[in-house]
Design a protein around this ligand. Structure first.
Ligand code: PEP
Ligand code: MG
Length: 400
């Protein structure tokens, strides 16, 4: 986070996983990254003259010979050419071959991401990770500063929905400003909405800023790490309180903002019908849903082989969430990294997902995948995937 962007070509890490927040930042910056290389990396690169990074293949080359460097230069040129072709497709609607509209939105961490989303033809922001705006700060930004940020993001995508997630710190996202205690199991600890409800002085200013930004924009508020219905109700009560405070102060704000939630804890998926009566929309966070369902730390390279977003157990939770949501007329999005994997697009549509939100740079390929999908075939594919015994079988199914 502290390296100047114009000097950062890519990075390799000894630790980490594909959906750890360091990797998510790399995708959002559009730079290659290779993670989980092990501690020996740190000695290997000492005094090295040339390092070459192939993010697609997950390879770091140390002092590569000239022919290897040339191969990578050719690859870069080829990828640039492919992107130029994809850029000509940004105005095509994200409609399946048989005419079903699938919302295609972008994940963002700041206003620059929102501009990239606009360039790639996103129909809005499906996930604004607000904590990433504040990571490097020693004090939390106040309401006015937050308001300016949300307005800047909304200005990049006029008249489009902007889904803003309330602060989701803890886990692998530290926040110096909050001086969070060290925990033995941070992903199972004081994280996300749990902190916001215990410390309403952190959540209330954010809710007020969002309501104020919503006076002139379609701001949708999304809660992270919701586990129980009681938590959702307490958050809604805080939103009502924020609105009362703004009304008392005579400040303009959104009248009836949508309040939705991430489905990223298995309990939320298993209990989706109860949540569907309360929440205006669902967005499935497959990154956390995978780690919590499979009991597998998303940032721990030792278990990265076990971290499988396409595991049938995860797919079953996605299907259950869609079924329960649709029974109550609610929309379901996916905003975890699986949404940006174009190979999985027909499967997600077949499972019942209405909307996909991914990094701006992945939108074009996902759009192509949506347009190539037939929903009847997608439902058959989903049924076969749900009948698989293991993630490897699902991968084979998608490859076939
Ligand atoms: C997720 O868990 O899938 C998600 C989108 O949230 P984050 O990656 O920020 O935890
Ligand atoms: Mg998450």
């Amino acid at each position: 986070m502290s390296v100047p962007r114009d000097r950062l070509l890519g990075f390799a890490l000894a630790a980490g996983g594909m959906t750890a927040h360091s990797s998510i930042l790399a995708r959002s910056l559009g730079i290659p990254a290779v993670v989980g290389l092990g501690d020996s990396l740190l000695d290997t690169v000492q005094g090295t003259e040339t390092l070459a990074l192939d993010g697609g293949a997950g390879i770091l080359l140390v002092n590569p010979p000239e022919h290897e460097l040339q191969r990578l230069r050719d690859l870069v040129a080829q990828q640039r050419a492919e992107r130029d072709v994809l850029r000509t497709e940004v105005d095509r609607p994200s409609v399946t071959g048989d005419g079903v509209m699938i919302g295609l939105l972008a994940n963002a961490a700041n206003a620059a991401d929102a501009s990239a989303a606009q360039e790639w033809g996103a129909a809005g922001i499906g996930l604004l990770r607000t904590e990433l705006l504040f990571l490097e700060r020693s004090a939390l930004p106040d309401e006015e500063e937050q308001l300016a940020l949300y307005q800047a993001v909304a200005a990049a995508l006029p008249n489009q929905p902007i889904t803003v997630r309330t602060l989701d710190v803890g886990g692998d996202k530290p926040m110096p400003a909050l001086a969070l205690p060290r925990e033995a199991n941070p992903f199972l600890g004081w994280r996300g909405l749990r902190i916001g409800l215990d410390r309403p002085e952190t959540l209330l200013p954010q809710l007020r800023a969002l309501l104020r930004a919503g006076a002139n924009a379609d701001i949708r508020i999304m809660l992270p790490m919701v586990t129980s219905v009681a938590e959702f109700r307490r958050a809604r009560a805080l939103l009502d309180e924020a609105r009362r405070q703004l009304a008392d102060a005579g400040l303009p704000c959104a009248d009836t903002p949508q309040l939705g939630m991430m489905v990223e804890v298995p309990a939320a998926a298993l209990n989706a019908a109860a949540f569907a009566r309360e929440a205006d929309f669902f967005s499935i966070g497959t990154n956390d849903l995978t780690q919590y369902t499979l009991a597998c730390d998303r940032g721990n390279e030792r278990v990265s082989g076990l971290y499988q977003p396409l595991h049938p157990a995860v797919l079953r939770l996605i299907a259950m969430t869609c079924e329960a949501a649709h029974a109550y007329g609610r929309h379901v999005a996916v905003c975890g990294d699986l949404a940006g994997d174009a190979r999985a697009t027909p499967l997600l549509i077949g499972l019942g997902v209405d909307e996909l939100s991914c990094a701006a740079g992945q939108i074009a390929l996902v759009r192509r995948a949506i347009r190539a999908t037939d929903t009847t075939a997608a439902r058959e594919l989903a049924a076969r995937a749900l009948a698989c015994a293991a993630a490897e079988e699902v991968h084979a199914l998608l490859s076939a």
